[in-house]
Design a binder for this molecule. Sequence first.
Ligand code: GRE
Ligand code: ZN
Length: 320
Amino acid sequence: MKKIALEEHFVTTELVGYGAGSSAIAQPDAWAEASRRLLDFTAERLPEMDAHGLDMQALSLNAPGIQAETEAPVAVAKAITVNDFLAGVIAEHPTRFRGFAALPLQDANAAADELERAVTQLGFCGGLVNAHTNGMYLDDPSLRVVWERAEALDVPLYLHPANGVDTAHVLSGHPELLGPMWSWGIDTSTHALRLVFGGVFDDFPKAKLLLGHMGEGLPYVLWRLDSRWGFQNRHGVELALGKPSAYLKRNLYVTTSGVDSASPLQCALDELGADHVLFATDYPFETISEACTFIDTVELDEGLRAKVAHENAEALLGIH
Ligand code: GRE
Ligand code: ZN
C-alpha cells in the first residue's frame, strides 16, 4: 500500500540546541540515537523508508524548534533559514519528501508571511507549531492573522507537543510523567480545546488543525465534551455550532503518529470520519518499520486503509 507519513521530524546542526531539554525526558541512549537520526536524511532515513514501503515523509522541525527562541527577530531569521534548508532537502528528493514550515509566532505578521512564502514559493504543505511560543498559545488574539493566512492558503497547521510552560501540581514529584508518555498529550489536547472554545474555528470555519498521536485522546471524549458543555458554567463563552464535537469533527484532522494500535484508530475513524485520519510514524521517536507494518496489516476495510495511508494526505496536503 502506498504510504505518506505526516509527522516525521528532522533537526539541523544549528537548531539542535533547542532540543536540549528533551534529554531530560528521554533515556540518554534513546535520545542520542534519535538525535543522530534527526540530523540524517539519506544514510538511514531513506533506506528505512525503502525497506518498509514508505513512499513519502512530510518533514517538520523537531520540538521545540523555533518556538523556543525568545527573541522575535532571531526567531524570524532562523525560521526562514531552516525553511530554506528544508526546501533544499526536498528539492534533492522531490518524490520522497515534503515539508511543514517552522513558524516564528514570536512575530505574528512575520509568521503569517513566512507561512505564505513557504507554501507559495517553497511548495510546503502547511505549518507545524511545537506547543506554546514563550507561553503564548494558538488561540491568542494576536495570532488570528496566522489562522487567517492558513485558511486563505487552504493549508493545515499541525500542532505538535513540546515541554509545557509550567508543571501542573498534579505532576509534582512525578517527573517520570513529564514528556511524550503523558504530559505532552494532556497539554496538546488542552491547547486544541483552547482553539475550539477560544473561537478560532468560529472566526475561520475552514481552518484545518492537525494533531498527532491519534488526536491526543480527543476522539475518545467527544460525547462527554458535548454532554458536559450542556451542564458547564460557560463563563460567557458561546460556540456558534453549539457543540464542541462539531468543531472537532469539522476542523480537526489527526494522524496515527506514535500510536500503532487498532482500537484507537477505529475510534478516531468512527468519531472524526474517514477523511480526517492520516498516517504518520513519528520518526525517529518510533520506527518506520512498526508504523508501516501497522497500517499495512491492521484489520481495516481496504478503501479506508488507502484513505488513511495516502489518499487523505494527498487531498489535505495537495500532493499529486
Ligand atoms: C515526539 O515527537 O513524539 C517526541 C519528541 C521528542 C522526544 C520523544 C518524542 O519530539 O516521542
Ligand atoms: Zn512527533
